[in-house]
Design a protein around this ligand. Structure first.
Ligand code: SF4
Length: 228
């Protein structure tokens, strides 16, 4: 059962994770670049999607050139990210829609919108769900969203911050509402790192975990930790 969510718990967990994994400072980037990078990251790892984005930018330093070239030309450099035929069409459609609606290939205006309106605006694009929108709006616009990837989903479930059967979408709603906005950026990144390095899907390293005293699964014996 999910525990009562208190701001001071989130603040203490944020402090402990920052001591373990380092403070994180937001450096706003270009929202359109970020949206395309995030589309490439869907259903794959950073190891595959980052080189794909770099290859795409190298081939098309200006998005206008990618729009002119068309989806077949976008597809080649993004092959390392997988699902290239689908992702290339999605990228092309976003560029095409922006050109038709705004006459320029930029998403800078979303950072001036109200958060909910900005999320709805980005979610209109095919292939852009709430998680992808939340990543762009948190990282590039500093808006109060708490994206839930597989690591955040697992760690928050074990901590007891969400019900056991909560979907990623439900977890996103709960955590975005409950976690103080000023913690969103750093806590998100450090929970991802915690999930990658310590709170593994199986045999988590609970003996090294700096937040074990806040963890329901550890307290209740619901995880089988790696032996210390
Ligand atoms: S105590 Fe174990 S299961 Fe709980 S958050 Fe830490 S590593 Fe994960």
């Amino acid at each position: 059962m999910a525990q009562e969510l208190r701001p001071r718990t989130f603040r203490r967990v944020n402090e402990l994770l920052a001591e373990a994994y380092g403070e994180k400072h937001r450096v706003p980037g270009d929202p359109l670049d970020s949206l395309i990078r995030t589309i490439l990251s869907q259903n794959t790892t950073d190891r595959n999607s980052i080189p794909a984005f770099e290859a795409l930018k190298q081939r098309f330093p200006d998005w206008e050139d990618a729009l002119e070239a068309g989806p077949a030309q976008i597809e080649k450099p993004i092959e390392p990210a997988g699902l290239a035929p689908t992702k290339s069409k999605r990228i092309y459609n976003i560029l095409d829609q922006l050109a038709a609606e705004r006459g320029e290939l930029s998403l800078d205006h979303v950072c001036e919108m109200e958060p909910d309106a900005a999320c709805q605006y980005l979610s209109r694009f095919k292939g852009v769900g709430p998680k992808t929108a939340a990543i762009v709006l948190l990282f590039d616009c500093g808006m109060p969203f708490f994206p839930v990837d597989t690591h955040v989903h697992r760690v928050s479930g074990r901590l007891g911050w969400i019900p056991e059967d909560a979907s990623a979408e439900k977890a996103y709603d709960i955590l975005t509402d409950a976690i103080p906005a000023d913690l969103h950026f750093q806590l998100h990144l450090n929970m991802v790192q915690h999930g990658r390095e310590t709170c593994h899907p199986s045999r988590p390293e609970c003996h090294e975990c700096v937040i074990s005293r806040f963890c329901d699964a550890y307290r209740n014996g619901d995880v089988e930790p790696r032996e210390g």
